[in-house]
Design a protein around this ligand. Sequence first.
Ligand code: ATP
Length: 548
Amino acid sequence: MPDTDPASKSMEAIVALCKRRGFVYPASEIYGGINGFWDYGPLGTALKNNIRDHWWKHTVECPPIGPDGEPVSIVGLDSSIIQNPRAWEASGHVGGFSDPMVDCTETKKRYRADQVLVMVSWDVEDGSGDEPNGAIDRLFAFNDSDDKSYALARKKAEKFAKKIGVTVASNPTIWPLTHAEFDGAYQYIVGPDTETPGTLTEPREFNLMFETFVGAIRDDSAKAYLRPETAQGIFLNYKNVLDTMRVKVPFGIAQIGKSFRNEVTPRNFIFRSREFELMELEWFCAPDDSPKWYDFWKHERMRWWESLGVSKSNLVFRDHAEDELAHYSKMCVDIEYKYPFTAPGYGELEGVAHRGCYDLNAHTRGTVNDKSGWKNEFSNAKMEYLDQERQQKAREAGLSKEEINAASKYIPNVIEPASGLTRGVLVLLCEAYTEDESRPSKVFMKFKPRFAPIKAGIFPLVNKDGMPEVAQKLYMGLREKFTCQIDAKQSIGKRYARMDEAGTPYCFTVDGDTLSGGTVTVRDRDSQSQERINIDQVEKFLAEKIGE
Ligand code: ATP
């Protein structure tokens, strides 16, 4: 069986297939592209929509069964990408949604400071371990997880070492560029893409939100932001939903949509782009129930990714350390995938965060502190929830008025499973990409059939003798239920090869025996085996194989 370990797959080959077969193209390619932006081609759009629809169905239309054996309650939303800018001040994004960034004054390149490492140690002949004069004045920076960048930094270090009569240690000490000890040492650091030291600026915070202007006047009063996450649109509508939808805590609001982050270093194909799509659920629950729900969603979301056909061995949980938590988060776990460019390590696919009552509090009057003091100007919304069941129970228990209030009034806590839809596309592309020297295409995309962009190929063996007409009739009967393609051009081998690269799970061929005996061949993408079935059975066959 071909290898399914992403570590053995080449990202260059996957990107090339995506271009060749119409999954993903560089945006504005004819103008030289635009860094961090991608266009989804016909097959990529279909794949993305299949993942999106599966998430919506299993989150909103047919949500999972909760810990108490009942389906959980979740409603959908589609909020505006641009909101009142005060919403982003209240949420903490204007003040705090930033990455540390360093610039190179020589090359004008910009790096995320937390993704740059520095090499600092030398072998000194006298064995004292002391660094010789001169060596101490030179540090070599390179991009984290980029072997070529490290090799280049080493080469530069070796050249310099030779000049001053020392050697670079075989295992040099490597520290993050942001390490406190480098304060004041930037003049000695040679940047990843330069020869001379001192061209890197000290890290400074860079806000990731894209700015725009609303209306005809372009001044600060008209400034607005493209949303960097869909979550805030949900918090802004929490009261609306509560007041209009007859939902009770615990419940969820789900939303899928475009998000924009002016990433300092977009990279790794569509993994980190500047425009991407998110699938977010905000789950509102009583504060004392929140650990139970955090645990529930953590496992539920892992199960969901497995339901897309992603193998268990390529997915892991990674709990965030306390110093890694975002400004709003109490606990957070990432679901990570073993991407070809992180293997044997893993990279983020989804974050499940316990946001506490941070956001609802932040959007409530008088609860935001922007370091200059408490501000009372964000909104007048009352986010407090009256839990009538708890109130009733407290009354029945004979508690005092204060005790009843304390037991039944609270600002709900939020558990947020936030997954990247476009990152999900990348995972399915990496997972499906399978090399196989035995077939003409040498590679096939092994999507789980229900996520494949095209479910069936329909081929007349030759483009004459009545075969095209029979194939056309078969196609017309299937097209409303399954995405299929009819193809009469080129040899049958070439047609199979094209469908293998598109990841089409089944191909039906109309041949001489169809005309005489009413059967077609079905070719299975993964095994390449062929069987004959009656032409009347094709629809049933596909329905069973593609299933739920
Ligand atoms: P990172 O630390 O990698 O910048 P994050 O932790 O800020 O990401 P979240 O804010 O938790 O990411 O976003 C939720 C999900 O959105 C991520 O798990 C990922 O799938 C997706 N995502 C975030 N940023 C990007 C991006 N620039 N391009 C594509 N997907 C992204």
